[in-house]
Design a protein around this ligand. Structure first.
Ligand code: PLP
Length: 387
């Protein structure tokens, strides 16, 4: 591997920010009390738990009492959906979309095999949902609507404001998987009427193994993990204080920087995309370019294999990700790109670059240079052409 590495896979996971690591350290040494303990060791730590909860709440303009700490985004999604289904056993219809992360998609499919009716809303070729289809799908039996805020593969942002308002106007609970959106774009719980919202720490420069579920005041859910009284009885288990403190710091930084980052990271992404599209032999962007996360671009290089691109990029020290087969341990090409109707020849040659505030202009130059050379090399050995 070359010495200079470039990390452009921030939708998979992010580096823990140095300030976040510093925030966590005292909780591995001096501040080791259990926040539920009545004594001074517990009390000291409880203060930090409360503070972190306030910081996380501020990121999405929620109340601290609406924040539940979990172990990851997947647990938050599962708690949201199962929590509502268990609390409303009479309703047997779930609405979601065809492009959700497996944390929602596979859970809903499990419910489908257990007798639930699951409607997966389609997306158009830009990866956008149709709110009329959502309106027509809602019925008396609908227990929950779960729609991601932003897509992990393409960055496409769904119209969550309108969708939540529509669903709430029928009195149906609305959950959104905001794992990719939180910290990258503004989320306002006072403005958008979602009932439940999932966040994952490791997508916003906090460690892996910490997540958040927002539950709007007045929304009744059954806990997924039952035991002690932690998290107001909504998620049992002693709180992971070091990680919670780290997540609080990560949310504080994300909130302070959200507008600047949108612009700065967006400029890097736009430059990367522009140069690749201009100079590549055959490249096209997947997803709605006017409604996208500022850090993500998903580009298809027609007729060449995404895996081969990734392996060659990786050999040169560049980390990206692919929507084609195998790369994520799955044998299926991206369900997101297929749902968008992207032709197989392009699905197989798709690469996702996802940036963060730790990327630089130099990183972009390196990616463009290496990527163009790899495209040329792979085309020379590709058996496929349009001719
Ligand atoms: N939802 C989305 C949109 C994601 O991108 C991910 C992770 O990639 C998850 C949920 C799962 O989060 P976690 O890895 O914290 O379980």
């Amino acid at each position: 591997m070359s010495e200079r590495t470039v990390y452009a896979d921030n939708n998979a996971t992010t580096m823990v920010a140095p300030e976040v690591k510093d925030e966590m350290m005292p909780f591995f040494t001096d501040l080791y009390g259990n926040p539920s303990s009545m004594h001074i060791f517990g009390g000291q730590v409880k203060k930090h738990l409360d503070l972190a909860r306030e910081k996380v709440a501020s990121l999405i303009n929620a109340e601290p009492s609406e924040i539940i700490f979990t172990s990851c985004g997947t647990e938050s999604d599962n708690t949201a959906i199962n929590g509502i289904l268990t609390a409303n056993p009479g309703k047997k219809h779930i609405i979601t979309t065809r492009v959700e992360h497996p944390a929602v998609k596979n859970l809903c499919q499990t419910h489908a095999s257990n007798g639930y009716r699951v409607t997966e809303l389609s997306v158009d070729k830009k990866g956008q949902v149709d709110l009329d289809e959502l309106r027509e799908s809602l019925d008396e039996d609908t227990a929950i609507v779960s729609m991601m805020w932003a897509n992990n593969e393409t960055g496409v942002i769904f119209p969550i404001d309108e969708a939540a308002q529509l669903v709430k106007s029928k009195g149906i609970p609305f959950h959104t998987d905001a794992v990719q959106a939180a910290g990258k774009i503004t989320i306002d719980a006072k403005k958008t009427p979602f009932d439940l919202l999932a966040i994952s720490g490791h997508k916003l420069h906090a460690p892996k193994g910490i997540g958040v579920l927002f539950v709007r005041k007045g929304t009744s859910i059954s806990p997924l993990i039952v035991g002690g009284h932690q998290e107001s009885g909504r998620r049992a288990g002693t709180e992971n204080i070091p990680y919670i403190a780290g997540l609080g710091k990560a949310c504080e930084i994300a909130l302070q920087n959200i507008n600047n980052e949108k612009v700065d990271v967006g400029k890097l992404r736009d430059r990367l995309e522009r140069e690749l599209l201009e100079k590549a032999i055959d490249a096209s962007v997947n997803g709605d370019i006017n409604n996208r996360l500022p850090n993500t671009t998903n580009i298809s290089f027609k007729y060449i294999e995404g895996e081969s691109i990734l392996l060659l990029l990786s050999a040169q020290g560049i980390a990206a990700s692919s929507g084609s087969a195998c790369t994520s341990g799955s044998l299926e090409p991206s369900h997101v790109l297929r749902a968008m109707g992207v032709p197989f020849t392009r699905v197989h040659g798709s690469v996702r670059f996802s940036l963060s505030r730790f990327n630089t202009d130099e990183d972009i130059s390196i990616i463009v240079d290496k990527m163009l050379a790899i495209e040329k090399r792979l085309r020379e050995i590709s058996p496929f052409t349009d001719d």
